[in-house]
Design a protein around this ligand. Structure first.
Ligand code: KQY
Length: 362
């Protein structure tokens, strides 16, 4: 089979118009505390907010289908799809389109962020089948990619540029022995891109190994928003500076220098004892502990048609984060949703959402 690039398909930027958004209902009790009920309420709040702007589909196991249907507004479509956890960004398809507006999807192999060596759980077989199921539901052709990549490990500007971190894309626990040129070939072939911008490390304590979607994102062609830390005692201080240095030296697929914007990192946040106590300890799960640092970031937001859906954490920097987003996206409503329950599961709003770009026949 050809690659998307050979067939004239590419991944549009997240700010391009959407036909909708896909999410997965959280339920595993070794990742989500108190039987996943607080996380379900948080996911329902995100789905309800996005559904004001575009159609939302929630993928739910047979066990939880009725519970989810009851907790979600009627305008959210609830379909039965099995999964191992709830990260639509990482296990869902990355949709691609062509100039005629036809829709297809890339199905990235998935190994729970590091396989049997460093992965967060085992098994991950149902997660790995989610992208194919989404594409079956949409009757859209599927490209199975040759290398393990999660959707949260890539950002695109829709004009040929991909933004990634070495920490994830060159990780031996995903694709042992892969070289940078080999990975660039896969990114270009499967995202229909022409140029890759490499950052180094991701946000410290990020259990994905350093997804770019927690560190930085394009806000428009030629402009990148970076999670920024001003405290030299915090490990993110050096990570954010190194990322800025690389971005300032980089150019995009069109030869443009990149403009770098900052958004503050929230103050250090940790798993509280009562939060960790609500999570089941299991043989093949995350085994979370009180006192572990959480990888909180405002960059982990979703761009919906007409809105930005971003996490807030109940801390001082929430106000500044909203101001920065409003200045960068003057034509979109800025909706902040409490993100702590999602953060306790290891990610945030961008990680739990997957946009479906507008297609011609929709
Ligand atoms: O960053 C993301 N795209 C996903 C976070 C996954 C965390 C798993 N516990």
């Amino acid at each position: 089979m050809n690659t998307p690039r050979e067939d004239g398909f590419y991944m549009p930027a997240e700010w391009a118009p959407h036909d909708g958004c896909w999410m997965i209902w959280p339920e595993r009790t070794d990742n989500w505390r108190l039987g996943a009920k607080p996380a379900q309420a948080a996911f329902a709040a995100v789905a309800s907010a996005i559904a004001q702007f575009e159609p939302v589909t929630m993928m739910v196991s047979a066990r939880q289908w009725h519970a989810a249907r009851t907790m979600l507004p009627a305008r959210v479509r609830v379909v039965e799809v099995s999964s191992n956890d709830a990260w639509a960004r990482d296990v869902g398809t990355s949709f691609v389109v062509n100039q005629a507006g036809e829709l297809r999807g890339v199905d990235w192999p998935f190994n729970a962020w590091g396989g049997l060596q460093n992965g967060l759980y085992f098994p991950w077989d149902m997660d790995d089948a989610v992208a194919a199921k989404m594409l079956q539901i949409e009757r859209a052709p599927r490209y199975r990619a040759p290398k393990i990549i999660e959707g949260g490990a890539i950002h695109v500007d829709g004009e040929g540029t991909v933004l990634v971190t070495e920490a994830c894309l060159l990780a031996a626990d995903r694709n042992p022995g892969i070289t940078r040129p080999e990975m660039e070939r896969v990114l270009k072939d499967y995202l229909g891109a022409a140029h890759v911008v490499w950052l180094g490390a991701g946000v410290p304590h990020d259990e994905t190994g350093g997804h770019v979607d927690n560190l930085a994102c394009f806000v428009r062609p030629g402009e990148v928003l970076l999670s920024w830390c001003d405290d030299p005692a915090d490990p993110h201080y050096h990570v954010s500076r190194e990322a800025e240095t690389r971005l300032q030296a980089a150019h995009d697929a069109n030869g443009r220098k990149l403009k770098v914007q900052h958004i503050p990192m929230p103050k250090a946040m940790f798993f509280q004892a009562e939060e960790a106590a609500g999570i089941d300890q299991t043989a093949y799960g995350m085994n979370r502990r009180a006192g572990e640092r959480l990888a909180a970031s405002y960059v982990n937001f979703y761009i919906a048609n007409g809105a930005i859906i971003a996490p807030e954490f109940g801390v001082e920097t929430d106000v500044e984060a909203k101001r920065v987003l409003a200045a960068l996206f003057p034509d979109r409503a800025i909706i902040m949703i409490p993100g702590r329950e999602i953060l306790l599961g290891g990610g945030n709003i961008h990680c739990i959402t997957q946009q479906q770009p507008k297609a011609l026949n929709s």
